[in-house]
Design a protein around this ligand. Structure first.
Ligand code: TYD
Length: 215
């Protein structure tokens, strides 16, 4: 199917460091849009489909220490390919709004830069998995690396177990932070920064201001 010829809703992604609060904001935005009579599909990566959820378990299992960086990258894209085909494109063709908690930009910053696999490899996989689908708008909920690590630790202290991605160093978080900012500078039309340190209501208003221009 030709993605460009399909009747389109809007595809909006949320990005940000772990603990940025993007998931809360995604839910609030979904509620607002539904309140205005729009049909909204919420999805998350890795995951989003039953097969994606199985892939997610492999990715986040802290027992999988030997998972090599290339296998990790391919698994994120396997989950994404399934999500694009089974969930995202069909919803957009129905004219619905799709809100995704993370998408290819996460692979770009975490695997491409964080793990040093390079943006070219990530973009090559994007072409296969996403078949030309790009977000209309990406909301980057911005918190710094130290805050991200602090919130991840607080979450871990309350949780039964740490997941594999939560065991990263401050240096890894800093690399991810810088990569997100470079991305926003490179694609200012699509990637919009929202201050994740503000209170939740203020963030919600900022998100709405950006989204209302697109829907
Ligand atoms: P998750 O529990 O969904 O956390 P969050 O609420 O922060 O999104 O875990 C997702 C983890 O996977 C997160 O640490 C980021 C990482 N990730 C990648 O490294 N690459 C990717 O392509 C995606 C989608 C996520």
């Amino acid at each position: 199917m030709n993605v460009r010829m399909a009747k389109r809703g809007a595809f909006i992604t949320f990005e940000g460091m772990d603990g940025s609060g993007k998931t809360t904001q995604l839910r609030r935005l979904a509620a607002r849009l539904r309140g205005r009579g729009r049909t909204v599909v919420e999805t998350a990566e890795p995951g989003g489909t039953p097969i994606g959820v199985q892939i997610r378990r492999v990715l986040l299992d802290s027992a999988n220490r030997e998972l090599c960086p290339n296998a990790e990258l391919l698994l994120y894209f396997a989950s994404r390919a399934q999500n694009v085909d089974q969930c995202i494109l069909p919803a957009l063709e129905r004219g619905e709004i799709v809100l995704a908690d993370r998408f290819t930009d996460s692979s770009l910053v975490y695997q491409g830069y964080g793990r040093g696999l390079g943006s070219e490899n990530v973009l090559a996989l994007d072409r296969i998995a996403c078949r030309g689908l790009k977000p209309d708008l990406t909301l980057l909920v911005d918190i710094d690396a130290a805050t991200s690590l602090e919130r991840a630790h607080a979450r871990n202290a309350a949780a039964v177990s740490r997941d594999r991605m939560d065991e990263q160093s401050l240096e890894f978080h800093r690399t991810v932070y810088e990569a997100y900012h470079r991305l926003a500078a490179r694609e200012p039309e699509r990637v919009k920064l929202v201050d994740g340190a503000a209170d939740m209501d203020a963030i919600e208003r900022a998100v709405w201001e950006l989204v209302s221009a697109h829907v």
